[in-house]
Design a protein around this ligand. Structure first.
Ligand SMILES: C[S@@+](CC[C@H](N)C(=O)[O-])C[C@H]1O[C@@H](n2cnc3c(N)ncnc32)[C@H](O)[C@@H]1O
Length: 254
């Protein structure tokens, strides 16, 4: 079993790689899979001067919700890369719908390879991708290779509310790693906790409906889908109680 597949499953809150073929079906009703495009656009507007020459890379772009909103708002070029071919197909269709197909390039790929070949971007977005590129320090080092001098990295992740969280780290720990990795935190936007439970409830309703459909179609796999819904509920609980979602804008020291 490859660790790329295991990390892919985890990035979408699936415990088992056996669920990977079903993810496009389960997630068909959702466009935004992690980051809030509104928050990303807000942080860029507030902090970065964008021109038509600005180049943006969206690593593990999902169905392109962030890429397309950024291209639409700023008129700049965006390249999105994701490992799930169905997500990339959806992203291309959405780009047409939003009239930004000339600005957006979407390709299927493993971002572990992309970070070795993609270079000279003004902004690199890494939205809700977790540990696909390694731990926080390894991720920041790999992302550094893709940005040009004076470029920015936008990361969507979370601050653990207490130090005993096994997956997430606290804001103080993040800041220490960011500074040791040669970046400065320029700005951050915390998730709006008053809106969170409504958004999560809506997502759970869609996932439960699709999961029930799959259970009917593949009764032998019922446990797999039940387990997926359990993991989703556990993640919702974590997001509401143990973690503060955050989008961070970082700038690399020259
Ligand atoms: C939670 S989603 C976030 C998607 C998007 N960044 C967003 O915020 O809407 C995680 C994404 O990581 C992608 N992914 C996981 N492992 C990957 C890899 N090795 N290479 C490319 N994409 C990967 C998944 O296919 C999925 O679309």
């Amino acid at each position: 079993m490859s660790s790329v597949e295991e990390k892919l499953a985890k990035s979408l809150t699936a415990e088992s790689v056996a669920l990977i073929p079903y993810l496009p079906y389960l997630l068909q009703d959702l466009w935004e899979l992690g980051s809030s495009p509104k928050d990303v656009v807000h942080l860029i507007s507030k902090n970065i001067i964008i021109s038509e020459k600005t180049k943006v890379l969206d690593l593990a772009c999902g169905k392109g919700a962030v890429s397309i909103n950024v291209a639409k708002k700023f008129g700049c070029k965006v390249k999105g890369i994701d490992i799930i071919p169905e997500f990339i197909e959806d992203a291309k269709k959405k780009a047409q719908e939003y009239n930004v197909e000339a600005l957006c390039q979407f390709i299927v790929g493993d971002i572990n390879q992309s970070v070795e070949i993609e270079k000279d971007y003004d902004i690199v977005i890494f939205g809700a991708v977790g540990e696909v590129l390694g731990n926080q320090k390894e991720t920041l080092n790999k992302l550094a290779a893709t940005i040009k001098k004076g470029g920015y990295v936008m990361i969507d992740d979370g601050y653990a509310k207490s130090e005993d969280n096994e997956i997430f780290i606290t804001k103080e720990q993040w800041v220490e790693i960011i500074e040791k990795s040669g970046y400065r935190m320029i700005d951050e936007l915390l998730v709006d906790e008053s809106e969170l439970s409504g958004v999560l409830d809506e997502q759970m309703t869609c996932l439960t409906k699709r999961s029930n459909e799959l259970k009917e179609r593949y009764p032998n796999q019922a446990n797999l889908f039940d387990q997926y819904l359990k993991s989703q509920l556990a993640e919702c609980d974590e997001l509401e109680n143990d973690i503060l979602g955050v989008t961070m804008l970082l700038k690399k020291h020259d």
